[in-house]
Design a protein around this ligand. Structure first.
Ligand code: NAP
Length: 207
C-alpha cells in the first residue's frame, strides 16, 4: 500500500484504513510525517517512509526509502522493486527525509525555475522561444548525464568549459556576482525548514 495523501490527511485516512493494513507493507510518501506516527495509527502494518518526485511520470524519479516499525526484508524488497520501476531508488536513514523532501521532492520545481530563467535569457538574446527551451533542457539533461556517468565534480565540468577571456567565464562572473549559489542553497534550507514546520503543525496535540 502506498500512502500519498497530504500530511494533514494522513491521520484521518489511517484511522479509516488501519484494519485493512494488517500485515501489509505500507509506504508513506507524505512529507514530514514520521514513520513512528504512521505506525501508531497502523500498528500491524510494515511501515516505511519515502520521498520521491514528479519525475516518476517518465521513469526517472529519485526515490529514497527508509524502513520504519515492522518493515521486514520482504516489505523493503517489495517497496524497492515497485519504486525501482519508476526510476532510481536508494535506502536512507529517516533523519535525511526532510532534506530530501527539498532536494528530491521540491527540486524539480527549483530546476524548472532555472530552466525558465535560462530560456528567457536565450529569448532576450534573440532565440525563438521553443529553440531556447530545447537548448536549455538538452544542456541540463546532458550535463546531468556527464556528471553521473563520468563521475566529474561540478567544478571539474565547469573548468573544462571555461576558456580564458571567453564567453562562459563572463556568464559565470554574473552568476557568482548575483549570489546564485547562495540563493539556491537557501532555497533548499528553507524548503527543509518548512518540512520541519509541517511536522510541528501535525504534532499529536493538534491531530
Ligand atoms: N507532488 C509531489 O511531487 C510529491 C513528491 C513526493 C511526495 N509528495 C507527497 O505526496 C502527498 C500528496 O501530494 P500531492 O501533491 O500528490 O497531493 P494531491 O495532488 O493533492 O493528491 C492527494 C491525493 O490524495 C487523495 N485523498 C485526499 N484525501 C483522501 C482520503 N481521505 N482518502 C483517500 N484519498 C484521499 C486525493 O484524492 P482526490 O483528488 O480524489 O481528493 C488525491 O488523489 C503529500 O503528502 C506530499 O508530501 C508529493
Amino acid at each position: 500500500m502506498i500512502l500519498t495523501v497530504k500530511p494533514r490527511s494522513v491521520a484521518g485516512v489511517l484511522r479509516e484504513a488501519s484494519a485493512g493494513l494488517e500485515g501489509k507493507a505500507l509506504v508513506s510518501l507524505a512529507a514530514a510525517v514520521p514513520s513512528s506516527f504512521i505506525a501508531s495509527l497502523a500498528p500491524k502494518a510494515k511501515v516505511m517512509r519515502g520521498m520521491t518526485n514528479v519525475n516518476v511520470e517518465v521513469g526517472h524519479g529519485f526515490t529514497t526509502l527508509s524502513a520504519g516499525p515492522g518493515a521486514d526484508a520482504e516489505a523493503r524488497a517489495m517497496a524497492e522493486e515497485v519504486f525501482g520501476r519508476l526510476g532510481v531508488v536508494e535506502r536512507v536513514d529517516e533523519e535525511y527525509l526532510d532534506a530530501l523532501t527539498a532536494l528530491s521532492g521540491s527540486a524539480p520545481a527549483f530546476i524548472a525555475e532555472i530552466v525558465d530563467a535560462l530560456a528567457l535569457g536565450g529569448i532576450a538574446a534573440g532565440l525563438p522561444r521553443e529553440l531556447a527551451y530545447r537548448a536549455v533542457l538538452h544542456a541540463m539533461l546532458g550535463t546531468a548525464r556527464s556528471l553521473l556517468e563520468k563521475g566529474w565534480s561540478p567544478h571539474q565540468l565547469r573548468d573544462m568549459v571555461l576558456t580564458p577571456a571567453g564567453t562562459t567565464i563572463r556568464g559565470v562572473m554574473v552568476l557568482q556576482g548575483n549570489g546564485l549559489k547562495r540563493t539556491l542553497m537557501e532555497s533548499v534550507l528553507e524548503a527543509t525548514r518548512r518540512a520541519r514546520e509541517i511536522r510541528e503543525e501535525l504534532s499529536p496535540g493538534k491531530l
